[in-house]
Design a protein around this ligand. Structure first.
Ligand code: NAD
Length: 458
């Protein structure tokens, strides 16, 4: 995530060079203020690390490394997921916490940024052991967590079940205190929000749909008159029946693919989807509802041979999983893992629009290469915020003990993302920076202003 740091620095530089920004900055020169802000935003407030002592069912005691990184509470309590993965380390968690600070600032959520991690492959543990690991996590970090301090959520390797367990343990440790909004991403029966599961995938597709159907269509004349290469990339696709490929068919990818399939505003065809096993391709468009139904009945996996395709009643060719990225499509939705487009495959990418559902699916080098070629990338910080936005509504609902309908949740989700898009898109199409940098500029402006107002630049 070196790219994240360099974009923060470039964005702060651009912001501080504008004399109209914080014109009454008195305590420091603009250069000093720039250096102070780089220092404040580059380092987390706290890195908490522990070794959870867990008794396995076979009688062995193990010590499992676990982290909670609290990057910034400038805007509000720390907020971010807990990842269970064997490759988790403090640097990765700290970078993800920083991304949360920037993402929450971009979407005007009243939260700072945090992230947690536990170094395990959850598939190697029994349900009882996982339950114990979740309880221990809360016990070890109990002092620093809470509805107004730090509110975790699910991430890779965790979900509703783990959040339910963790909230239960928090409630045990803090009897009589508010607990419903101590964790988000819980099951609905346990105080979770309707619509939370679909929120990220719906938000990912919404950013693409809103840009192409609403913004670009409504601003055709102005965009056509600009020299902006990204505006021309968008205009080239606005009336076209776009061919879409989706990498990853899990929680996020399957919902985004279904949204694309069902979208009446744009004439899309989802021609390719992939998961960890296969890629499925149909040049006339895949039957996404049938594939979603199949994965629901098959432990999340797409059909991976002819027999399973017959069972799914779906017409598709089975292809090599990794070829999806280089398919001749208009739009690529990346919804699987980090670092998927890199130095070795960036020159083969044919899509003209890429939507980042996963965090950091494009490496720094590939990102610059694709941006120079005029490929329009809707970045993670903008596209995949649906989960944390609905987490915010879950937090508010827990506070008020009043619950919204699913319809109300999605309406609020789209309203919030629309506000962000309406702020960012005119700037983006009006200047030469890629969309990622425009988003970062907006976030660091907000964070710098608040830090200044809170007296942190003295
Ligand atoms: P998930 O585990 O439900 O799904 C991941 C999917 O990717 C699975 O279908 C898996 O088979 C597939 N996959 C794994 N390796 C692959 C490969 N090499 N090629 C193609 N497919 C592959 O996870 P998710 O919740 O859908 O999240 C996907 C990504 O989005 C993660 O990186 C996550 O951090 C990020 N993200 C998720 C959310 C959320 O709310 N779900 C929010 C923000 C970011």
């Amino acid at each position: 995530m070196q790219r994240q740091q360099s974009i923060i620095e470039e964005s702060l530089k651009a912001v501080m060079e504008d004399e109209e920004f914080l014109p009454d900055l008195k305590a420091q020169t603009r250069d000093q203020a720039y250096k102070s802000l780089v220092a404040l935003l580059s380092t987390p407030n706290h890195i908490h690390k522990s070794f959870l002592r867990v008794a396995l069912e076979n009688g062995t005691i193990v010590r499992i490394p676990a982290f909670r990184v609290q990057h910034s509470d400038t805007v509000g309590p720390y907020k971010g997921g807990i990842r269970f993965h064997h490759s988790v380390n403090d640097e990765e968690v700290a970078n993800l916490a920083k991304l949360m600070t920037l993402k929450n600032a971009l979407h005007e959520l009243p939260f700072g940024g945090g992230k947690g991690g536990v170094v395990i492959n959850p598939k190697e543990y029994t349900v009882k052991e996982l339950n114990l690991i979740c309880k221990k996590y809360v016990q070890y970090f109990n002092d620093i967590l809470g509805p107004d301090k730090d509110i975790p959520a699910p991430d890779v390797g965790t979900g509703e079940r783990e959040m339910d367990w963790m909230m239960g343990e928090f409630k045990n440790i803090h009897p009589g205190e508010p607990y419903r909004n101590s964790f988000t991403g819980k099951s609905v029966v346990n105080g979770g929000s309707l619509g939370r599961r679909e929120a990220t995938g719906k938000g990912v597709y919404f950013t693409f749909r809103y840009m192409m159907h609403n913004f670009v269509k409504e601003n055709k004349k102005w965009l056509g008159d600009t020299e902006n290469i990204f505006a021309h990339a968008a205009l080239d696709h606005v009336e076209k029946k776009s061919k879409i490929a989706v990498q990853g068919f899990g929680n996020l990818g399957s919902v985004a693919a279904l949204e694309a399939y069902q979208c009446n505003y744009l004439q899309n065809k989802v021609v390719a989807v992939s998961d960890a096993n296969v890629m499925l391709y149909n040049e006339d468009g895949l039957d996404i509802p049938a594939l979603v139904k199949f994965t629901e009945d098959h432990d999340g996996e797409l059909p991976k041979n002819e027999e399973e395709l017959v069972e799914c009643e779906s017409k598709a060719e089975i292809k090599n999983r990794d070829d999806l990225l280089e398919m001749d499509v208009d739009v690529l939705i990346l919804a699987a893992l980090e670092d998927q487009i890199h130095e070795d495959n960036m020159e083969n990418i044919k899509a003209k629009i890429i939507v980042e559902g996963a965090n950091g699916p494009i490496t720094e080098k590939a990102d610059s290469y694709l941006a120079d070629k005029g490929i329009l990338i809707i970045p993670d910080i903008l596209a995949n915020a649906g989960g944390v936005i609905v987490s915010y509504y879950e937090w508010v609902q827990g506070r008020e003990a009043q619950f919204l309908t699913e319809e109300e949740v999605f309406k609020r989700l789209y309203d919030k993302m629309k506000v962000t898009m309406d702020t960012i898109l005119p700037q983006f199409f009006g200047d030469p920076f890629p969309l990622r940098q425009n988003c970062y500029i907006h976030s660091v402006m907000k964070l710098s202003t608040i830090m200044y107002r809170q007296g942190k630049l003295y």
